[in-house]
Design a protein around this ligand. Structure first.
Ligand code: CAA
Ligand code: NAD
Length: 289
């Protein structure tokens, strides 16, 4: 792999771009608006500057990493990419529209991967230019730090595509887990119902934000409490994942917590919007309930 296209320059697209560029590959980072992609590259620049200040990275290396990332507002610069990773909003209609537009730029041997958290791969493969070269490549947040990538083949994904994506993930320093094509795959099938349940517990008044988060940090040794982690993932993304789980399995046990729906309706989508179960406007996050 020499060049990678990334579609969606939010939380995940930014982290994937940094990680891929750090591994020495060229990156085209696209979003609906060039300003969003440029802002993402600026934030990578700031992250790397901090690493340089801490003495963990050489300044010249940091400059070279940032220079390898080309922000874009369309997919034309991805014509010669070996791999395109879709990391846009967790909505099936959005992703299907992107796959439709990619057909004209996806090179004949290039792979199209989706970083979806929950949407079944086989179901979306029908909208992709070539289902044999379509696969799930599920990164974890924050991408530069988290070691895991789930590789999820759809029914028609070729063995060559799986082998190439496993090798690519290892080349960028990740450890691969192979997951079956079931809604939310392996890790989110376990994690997201737990985060949703923590929001039910908050909504029922059983505990405050701090009771729940400190309880899980101190009682389970989790690095973050489930409400802080929900904010960190994005409450809009978590809501979409729970909706997909409920719709795809027909199981009511996955119904989204009413308080989760309310927060998303209020625009309180977590850390990225400045407010979720914590208020992020000051130096230190402050619980909101
Ligand atoms: N690039 C490179 N290095 C980075 C970095 C970046 N963007 N961001 C942080 N780091 C490094 C820091 O420099 C630091 O390194 P040292 O320990 O060597 O100094 C290290 O990572 C830890 O960073 P911090 O000290 O700032 O933070 P921390 O110790 O409080 O840990 C955390 C932060 C890793 C996020 C930790 O709180 C954690 O593990 N939280 C849980 C994360 C998690 O569960 N993620 C999965 C979410 S679910 C998901 O992603 C799937 C989905 O589909 C929803
Ligand atoms: P985000 O809300 O931070 O960013 C989504 C980005 O996609 C936004 O910048 C938006 O402008 C862009 N976008 C929307 N429509 C687009 C289009 N048509 N073309 C190009 N860009 C478009 O979301 P995120 O957290 O980065 O999540 C992105 C994907 O990664 C989702 O599928 C999500 O489920 C998955 N994911 C998220 C996490 C997480 O912890 N947040 C972890 C793993 C996987």
């Amino acid at each position: 792999m020499r060049k990678v296209g990334i579609i969606g320059a939010g939380l995940m697209g930014t982290g994937i771009a940094q990680t891929v560029a750090q591994a020495g590959m060229d990156v085209v980072l696209a979003d609906i608006d060039l300003a969003i992609a440029e802002k993402a590259r600026d934030s990578i620049d700031r992250t790397l500057t901090k690493l340089v200040e801490k003495g963990k990275m050489d300044g010249t290396a940091a400059d070279a990493i940032v220079a390898r990332i080309q922000p874009a507002a369309d997919y034309q610069p991805m014509r010669d990419a070996d791999l395109i990773i879709e990391a846009a909003t967790e909505r099936e209609d959005v992703k299907r529209m992107i796959f439709g537009s990619i057909a004209e730029v996806l090179a004949p041997d290039a792979i199209l991967a989706t970083n979806t958290s929950s949407i079944p791969i086989t179901r979306m493969a029908a909208s992709s230019p070539d289902p044999t070269r379509f696969i799930g490549l599920h990164f974890f947040n924050p991408v530069p730090v988290m070691k895991l990538v789930e590789v999820i083949p759809g029914l028609a994904t070729s063995e060559a595509t799986v082998a190439k994506m496993t090798a690519f993930s290892e080349k960028i320093g990740k450890v691969v887990v192979h997951a079956g094509d079931e809604p939310a795959f392996v890790v989110n099938r376990i994690l997201c119902p737990m985060l949703n349940e923590a929001i039910f517990v908050l909504g029922s008044g059983t505990g405050s934000v701090l009771d729940i988060d400190n309880g899980c940090k101190l009682g389970l040794n989790h690095p973050m409490g489930p409400l802080q982690l929900s904010d960190f993932v994005g409450l809009d993304t978590l809501l979409e994942i729970m909706k997909i789980l409920q719709e795809s399995t027909g199981e009511d046990k996955y119904r989204p917590a009413p308080l989760l729906r309310k927060y998303v309706e209020a625009g309180w989508t977590g850390k990225k919007s400045g407010r979720g179960f914590y208020d992020y406007s000051g130096e230190v996050p402050v619980p909101t309930r």
